[in-house]
Ligand binder design. Structure first.
Ligand SMILES: CC(C)(COP(=O)(O)OP(=O)(O)OC[C@H]1O[C@@H](n2cnc3c(N)ncnc32)[C@H](O)[C@@H]1OP(=O)(O)O)[C@@H](O)C(=O)NCCC(=O)NCCS
Length: 173
């Protein structure tokens, strides 16, 4: 499975992608982007994480795509099925590298991952996500796909000793 968007290749990850993915996530951590991850990861951690991802993809519990400019990861998007009494829901995450933002890549990744989730994740009825309330770019993108704010959690996020309000958004399929 492979897609193209303006010369960017979009495909599921494979076992050789750990280092590229680590570099991408660490660049977002360095940027202090409004994502959940706050510490840089080491290669062995990323390899472990990737192994788990590949297993979940195989089991149809997760859909995951990486965007590559040549050999550099410039975007990641995923939807993973929740567990227990939440298995009708999937949690979405998305990030695009700083220099690649504002060019439609985020929109393309959202489009692809939602279609893939509908196809692969059995029993999926709803997609949910958490976002920094101040993250207007992300919220605008989610609203374009029909996500609605369903809750605000005051001080739901804490980073470097400061609190930030969190919004939960959901899309019923
Ligand atoms: C949120 C993010 C994934 C959007 O990706 P992107 O590739 O820049 O998005 P696109 O270029 O496809 O834009 C899609 C829509 O998002 C909105 N948007 C994107 N950038 C925006 C900005 N700077 N300000 C306001 N709205 C913005 C627009 O509505 C845009 O649609 P339009 O061009 O039709 O108006 C990207 O900004 C990002 O990775 N940010 C850092 C990590 C992050 O915040 N991840 C989300 C965590 S919840």
């Amino acid at each position: 499975m492979e897609f193209q968007y303006n010369g960017i290749r979009i495909r599921p990850p494979n076992e050789k992608d750990a280092e590229k993915m680590m570099e991408f996530i660490n660049s977002l951590v360095e940027e202090k982007a409004d994502i959940n991850q706050c510490k840089k990861v080491a290669l062995d951690e990323e390899e472990k994480y990737l192994k788990d991802i590949l297993k979940k993809i195989k089991e149809n519990k997760l859909v995951y795509l990486i965007a590559l400019d040549n050999d550099k990861v410039v975007g990641i998007v995923s939807i993973g099925l929740r567990t227990g009494k939440k298995t009708h829901k999937g949690g979405l995450g998305i990030s695009v590298a700083k220099e690649y933002r504002g060019k439609g890549l985020g929109k393309k990744l959202m489009e692809l991952i939602i279609e893939l989730a509908k196809e692969k994740l059995k029993g999926l009825e709803m997609i949910e996500l958490s976002v920094f309330k101040r993250n207007e770019a992300a919220k605008k993108l989610y609203k374009k796909f029909g996500f609605k704010k369903v809750a605000t959690i005051k001080k739901g996020l804490k980073f470097e000793g400061k609190y930030f309000d969190e919004e939960i958004m959901a899309l019923w399929l």
